[in-house]
Write a new protein. Sequence first.
Length: 164
Amino acid sequence: MSDFQLAQLNIATMKAPLESPSMADFVANLDRINALAEASPGFLWRLRDEDGDATAIRPFGEQILVNMSVWRDAGALSDYAFRSDHVEIMRRRREWFENMAEASAVLWWVPAGHLPTVVEAAERLAMLRELGPTPLAFTFRVAFPPPGMAPQARVESEDACPAG
């Protein structure tokens, strides 16, 4: 077992309020996609509110939804994000969400068992936006190994970030 696990945050600016008819398909798929994540190999934890999703948690503004989770490693998260039924929702994201000019997703390593806070995640996203990918805040396209692993060349991936 690794001493580190991969945390991820992605945010998305809604084109309309969550209760609007134009967001109905997104809302209708939330439980299914959340259950898919939880059943995926390598899934460890996800941010939830009292309704079981994170739609009521709005630290970035009223129109911005937050998704945050922890995974065994980058491969497990990548498999879920890009090689499962989650892909069908990603393909439709422009129906529901604005294209964000700044980075909207960030990855970082956390000690095994640590559950990141929204404040911690916001700091990592700000770090990525300010400095670009570093070992402390990175993306799927430019990823870094867990702390303490033998130095390697950065991993350049063809996978786009989940909220991209």
